[in-house]
Design a protein around this ligand. Sequence first.
Ligand code: NAG
Ligand code: NAG
Length: 250
Amino acid sequence: MERSKDVCVVVAVLMLCSMMVNTASSMSMPEAENSNEELRGNLLANGLGLTPQMGYPVMTRALTKADRPIFFSLCEWGDLHPALWGFKVGNSWRTTNDISDNWNSMLSIIDLNEVYADLARPVVGMAPLLLGCDVRNLTKGTFNIISNKEVITVNQDSLGIQAKKVRMEGNSEIWAGPLSGNKVALVLLNRATVLHSITGNWDDIGIPENSVIEARDVWEHKTLKTRFVGNLTANVGPHSCKMFVLKPIA
Ligand SMILES: *[C@@H]1O[C@H](CO)[C@@H](O)[C@H](O)[C@H]1NC(C)=O
Ligand SMILES: *[C@@H]1O[C@H](CO)[C@@H](O)[C@H](O)[C@H]1NC(C)=O
């Protein structure tokens, strides 16, 4: 199951909500975050006596004075909900604690980030794809996954609207998001330890009910021969997922 797991890790990364939208000109002082006064007090009492929201803008201003573009990746582990203000000071922001290389960790990060899919939708696009490893030591399998151009194309789509979970039935989840050209990205995620047949219904994923759809499996690099109307059903292995790009053809 190694490969499936890796595939899903990449999908998780695609769906994470640490998002990037910024240009230097739009950077400004963020508004105070009132939702967690106690944590704020603790942060102030520590170290430099700065909350992230006080400290980051100072760095932001310094970086914008540099004579070259610098990617500013905020990391306060999601404590003060940077999904709500990070776009004003940085290019990306961590929304959670560290992820580790296992199924449970990956799913817990997806779950934690789900809340931001709606909150952040109006202001931000898709999660930046950041790679944190020694690139000299990538296995061929991992390299194939992270360099999958079809998957990266979904992430970089010009519409810039994140996918979100549209349905959950037991251990089966259906995630979907609109793409440019009336296409739709669909992910069928099986959290169970046994194979499940999972159905994505047009109703749930924002496709008009009579649309005829051509489906591209972007992990397998295959366009399915079947044309789909109303829904798409696939068998998804244990702790695994399938990802399709759906294109209306009639
Ligand atoms: C990664 O590869 C480099 C170069 O071959 C090597 O020096 C290094 O020890 C490797 N790191 C790990 C964690 O295997
Ligand atoms: C999928 O749609 C077809 C055609 O509308 C319908 O006959 C079938 O029952 C649907 N399948 C599921 C699993 O919803």
